[in-house]
Design a protein. Structure first.
Length: 649
């Protein structure tokens, strides 16, 4: 028999099934496919799925949408890897019934057709058991008696028979799509969260010494009040002494200077120890437990590099790159050199030992309650290593989240996400104009990237102080905060953002007096802080499920290039949030906005009320409306569309 069924364009699929797609655990995964065959026979299809490692597939129907496109869903259970595929076949009985119905309507002779249909039903009867067999026996008996064409058609087109024949279909020409595709069901924190980055040592009240973890822990309740879900800690491991850097990246540290936390390893140990100035592993455990009690998770920096004092240097010198004279090569980005850091050689002959130790490091912290890792510079390590490590970790604990700090080339950022990284830093940091933002969000949400690339919109980091924040002052900090918090389900800020810190090295997007090299106590409640706005935005995000999604953003037309206007809504339009942001931190702007009412669930020609979720102000909008945003007062609106719509215009 020829293979009649063709299956194409199955989604979600990443590189033809080479990598797993990503979706949220506990929610249905939408699957689509083009399924068709020669002729005009009726095609049926199902999606089949199983958790990886299981033997048996479950299945759910795919429904025809249009133009040979089928769509359906299946439920993703607990976090972890799932396999799925699509199966299509010819529904012989439905195809026969369609032709039979046309002949009855045209008063054509049907005796032979009826015999053919009866044979199909009899075959199903032979395959049936229990109540199904009895029901089919009754239908076969009635059709075997003299019966009019109209009565035969009524019996043959009944819902009961259709359901029985569908359930007992032998699927004789079934085609299963191969290769099987994969999806990784993510924990909610992998998709949604407000991140806060800080250096625990800077929580000291005394600038002459760093804080301990116990002292840093005292700030956790305040960060919880502000609505943060994830606290990302700079490395907390012992810091090297050899070639220790000083303030402002000075080549030599002065006595008492703490060094850079990314120069990992010293007399107190390496990647599985705590810097003695911060405390002990028991102090760290208490810190993590306190955060968990407050509803926050800890993200730990995972930097695969070592100071010259790291135990690995003596125990495993073969894990490092060596120069022609036999010395270990320090990290460098010519012409710059970083003598306080040694790079790992992933081409070492002892890859088994190296890989095993790095896996042990990750699991060491997982077993201490850390389920999130912000990975430093993953693009400088082999992608194959990350694919191996993340899969191995997820095989034991699929709740673990890996964030790729890879501000690098687009294709490398994409392949890291495909290889397993849960989240990724993005180019949002440098997308400032309306066109740049709309094009970038369209790429993230409307292309194949939506199936595997989960962005985390950090507005700044300890390494990156973008030009817009250097020059735009407080209004720029406000507008960028609103954009990050409302455009992406996951966003983050680095400490000092709430104080609008913007002192930069001349000509660079780097902080002057970088916290990487010194202890930096702050008064986080100083006048002019953004704590109120941060708390408001995090409260708004939690209260509005539309802001917990990425691909639901829709940009609306404005007549001013400095004003961006967009909507986020749930699928049923029960929650719709409109955002208007002035992208110019120096001048007030006003714009006329065209709002397609059908996209926000408002009847055509209707005025509707919105409430500003930040200020509490209430406005009446219509299809063409007007907004004015002054950076000196209100650079942005976050508006909730009220459910009870107003009068027709």
């Amino acid at each position: 028999m020829h293979q009649h069924i063709l299956i194409e364009a199955v989604t979600p699929s990443v590189d033809g099934g080479r990598y797993f797609a990503k979706s949220l655990a506990g929610e249905p995964l939408v699957v689509e496919a083009d399924i068709f065959r020669d002729g005009h026979a009726v095609v049926r299809a199902v999606v089949k799925w199983r958790r990886r490692g299981d033997q048996r597939f479950e299945e759910a129907p795919l429904e025809h949408v249009s133009n040979d496109r089928f769509r359906g869903t299946f439920p993703l259970g607990a976090p972890g890897h799932y396999q799925f595929t699509v199966e299509g076949w010819t529904d012989v009985f439905a195809s026969w019934l369609a032709d039979f119905t046309k002949k009855v309507a045209a008063s054509r002779p049907i005796e032979l057709d009826l015999r053919e249909g009866l044979a199909l039903i009899a075959g199903a009867h032979d395959r049936a058991s229990g109540a199904d067999r009895g029901a089919l026996a009754e239908i076969v008996a009635r059709l075997g008696e003299p019966i009019s064409a109209e009565d035969a058609w009524e019996l043959l087109s009944s819902d009961l028979l259709a359901e029985l024949m569908r359930r007992l279909d032998p699927r004789e020409d079934a085609k299963v799509f191969e290769p099987f595709l994969g999806v990784f069901a993510l924990p909610r924190r992998a998709l949604v969260g407000a991140w806060y980055e800080y250096f625990p040592r800077s929580e000291s009240k005394d600038p002459s010494r760093g804080a301990t973890l116990h002292e840093a822990e005292q700030r956790l309740p305040r960060l919880a009040e502000l609505g943060f879900d994830v606290l990302y800690l700079a490395p907390v491991h012992p810091i090297g002494i050899t070639h220790r850097k000083g303030k402002n990246d000075a080549a030599e540290a002065l006595p008492g200077e703490p060094g850079c936390p990314w120069a990992i390893g010293g007399p107190a140990g390496g990647h599985t120890e705590i810097e003695p100035a911060l405390g002990t592993l028991e102090d760290f455990d208490h810190f993590v437990a306190t955060a968990h009690e407050l509803g926050m998770q800890i993200a730990l920096d995972f930097a695969i590099q070592c100071s010259p004092d790291h135990p690995w240097v003596k125990e495993h010198p073969e894990w490092f790159e060596h120069r022609a004279d036999g010395s270990i090569r320090c990290a460098e980005n010519p012409p710059n050199e970083y003598p306080d850091v040694y790079r790992i050689d992933f081409d070492t002959d002892d890859r088994v030992g190296l890989y095993g130790e790095l896996y042990r490091v990750v699991m060491f912290w997982v077993h201490r309650g850390v389920t999130i890792f912000r990975v430093d510079n993953p693009h400088t390590k082999p992608v194959a290593f990350w694919e191996w490590l993340i899969a191995k970790v997820h095989g034991e604990n699929p709740e673990v989240v890996f964030l790729a700090e890879a501000f690098t080339r687009p294709k490398m950022m994409k392949v890291l996400a495909k290889a397993g990284f849960t989240q990724s830093y993005t180019y949002f940091t440098w997308r400032n104009t309306k066109r740049e933002l709309e094009e970038y969000l369209t790429e993230l949400t409307q292309t194949e990237m939506r199936h595997y690339f989960i962005p985390n919109f950090f507005a700044n980091t300890h390494d990156v102080l973008p030009e817009i924040l250097q020059k735009g002052g407080r209004p720029a900090f406000q507008s960028r905060l609103v954009l990050a918090a409302t455009l992406a389900p996951s966003y983050g800020i680095y400490s000092g953002y709430e104080l609008c810190e913007n002192a930069a090295l001349e000509g660079k997007e780097e902080y002057a007096f970088s916290e990487k090299f010194e202890i930096k106590p702050r008064d986080y409640e100083a006048p002019g802080n953004l704590n109120g706005l941060i708390a408001d935005l995090n409260r708004i995000r939690r209260a509005n499920p539309a802001l917990s999604q990425l691909c639901n953003v829709r940009f609306f037309k404005t007549d001013d290039e400095h004003v961006i206007f967009y909507a986020k809504s749930t699928a049923d339009k029960s929650n719709v949030v409109l955002c208007a942001v002035n992208l110019d931190p120096f001048s007030a702007h006003h714009a006329h906005v065209e709002i397609p009412l059908d996209e926000i669930g408002v009847p055509p020609g209707t005025e509707f009320a919105v409430t500003d979720l930040i200020s509490g102000a209430r406005y009446t909008f219509r299809e063409k409306t007007f907004v004015r945003l002054d950076p000196a007062t209100v650079p942005a609106h976050v508006l909730l569309v009220e459910k009870n719509h107003g009068r027709e215009q």
